[in-house]
Design a protein around this ligand. Structure first.
Ligand code: PLP
Length: 399
């Protein structure tokens, strides 16, 4: 058996590989530079082009480009009319933003549990958490796999709830043949560098509702409109006039970020294909390891996977998750853990949330880690990651 690097052996890789990385090429750089040389750095034509590209790709009727995925979620909550006294059901195995956006609106996030096989929010648990105060559901396409759209839609229709899909991980994924982005009342994307395509930062909200679109656009830009049909006051001195008709924010994205996103959108198919290939290689390699449990997928989801999670069967190993993680790191394969249950954080604890709310989420959190997955990985990189998982597992497996 190969001696682990953490015990003084030779590491699988000489250079560290991280769990995610962007892929920027010369044409992306040119697209940004062209925009920097143009008249518009913000509020210009690249924003419209980004919105048009997202609409065409997803099939959604409307798109609002914003500064990041968190802003997208906040705008969606504002457009949904979420406010003090409301409850919004979401998952805890997510980035904090999926729940923080509810707090921004003065409402209360309520955490439903996850399905222990797919790690996505469990529609039965959503049902169990509905009260008279429930206003919306924020369902996260965790790792890129689509949530159970049909079941969640049915619940939302039955109780008159707004369905917000946090698809920060899921651009490129289809549910039942339809592109994520066209399904929920509002779908939020993030274009952070570890995501499938990037603008450095960036986000967008997609919707099929004109009413929601109008509210989203207002939320993005200070609640200001120049649309005469929306203005309240009859008297306007001149064409420079605009009105603030609601409270909004500055969540605008720049034109050079939008240019990068438009350029990256052209590569989405290529990126998705490579991600799928790597997922297939990992799935096949780990099928031979009883100590490693892989995420299961619902048949409706044709997934562009953002994260690849391995779950350790700790009963079959003599190590802790921490020891496995550190051993992988010593092999120069830098893993990450997605995610610590959101309500475990001190801020949430101080708001009164307690451990034990979501037993499945808490149980899964104890034994998961994300291994490297990004399209620029070479076959050698993928081989190294598989090698490291095999090596660490072999050293730690119970005999
Ligand atoms: C599930 C999820 N939602 C929302 C966000 C927030 O996106 P951003 O970082 O673009 O604000 C992230 C970012 O990591 C995320 O993973």
């Amino acid at each position: 058996m190969e001696k682990l690097a953490i015990d003084g052996g030779t590491s699988v890789r000489r250079e560290k590989i991280f769990y995610g990385h962007q892929w920027i090429e010369e044409d992306d750089i040119e697209a940004v530079c062209d925009t920097l040389r143009s008249d518009y750095l913000t509020c210009g034509p690249k924003i419209e082009e980004m919105e048009y590209t997202l609409k065409m790709y997803t099939g959604a009727e409307y798109a609002v480009a914003v500064s990041n995925g968190t802003a997208a979620l906040h705008c969606a909550c504002i457009a949904a009319g979420i406010g003090a006294g409301d409850e919004v059901i979401t998952t805890s195995i997510t980035f904090a933003a999926s729940a923080n956006c509810v707090l921004y609106c003065g409402a209360r996030p309520v955490f439903a549990d996850i399905n222990p096989k797919t790690y996505n929010i469990d529609p039965n648990s959503i049902r169990a958490h509905i009260t008279k105060k429930t206003k919306a559901v924020i369902a996260v396409d965790f790792t890129g796999q689509s949530v159970q759209n049909r079941e969640i839609r049915e619940i939302c229709d039955e109780y008159g709830l707004i369905f917000i899909e946090d698809a920060a991980h899921a651009i490129g994924t289809k549910y039942d043949g339809k592109q994520v982005g066209s399904l929920a009342d509002m779908t939020c994307f993030s274009f952070h560098p570890v995501k499938t395509i990037t603008g450095g930062e960036g986000g967008a909200v997609l919707t099929n509702s004109q009413e929601l679109y109008t509210k989203l656009a207002l939320a993005r830009t200070h609640g200001i409109t120049r649309d005469k049909n929306m203005m309240e006051d009859d008297f306007h001195e001149g064409s420079w006039c605009y009105e603030e008709i609601t409270l909004g924010y500055n969540y605008r994205i720049t034109d050079f970020q939008a240019a990068l996103i438009v350029s990256q959108m052209k590569k989405l198919q290529k990126f998705a294909k490579r991600r799928k290939e790597i997922v297939k290689t990992y799935d096949e390699a780990f099928a031979a390891l009883p100590e490693i449990i892989v995420q299961q997928e619902i048949p409706e989801s044709d997934t562009c996977r953002h994260l690849y999670i391995i779950r350790l069967d700790l009963d079959k190993l003599v190590c802790t998750r921490r020891e496995f993680y550190d051993a992988m790191s010593a092999e120069n394969v830098q893993c990450q853990v997605h995610y610590i249950p959101v309500y475990w954080f001190p801020y949430y604890r101080h708001l009164g949330y307690k451990k034990g709310l979501c037993p499945q989420a808490e149980e899964i959190y104890k034994s998961i880690m994300s291994i490297p997955l990004y399209p620029k990985m070479t076959d050698q990189d993928v081989e190294d990651v598989v090698h490291a998982v095999n090596k660490v597992t072999a050293n730690y497996k119970k005999i």
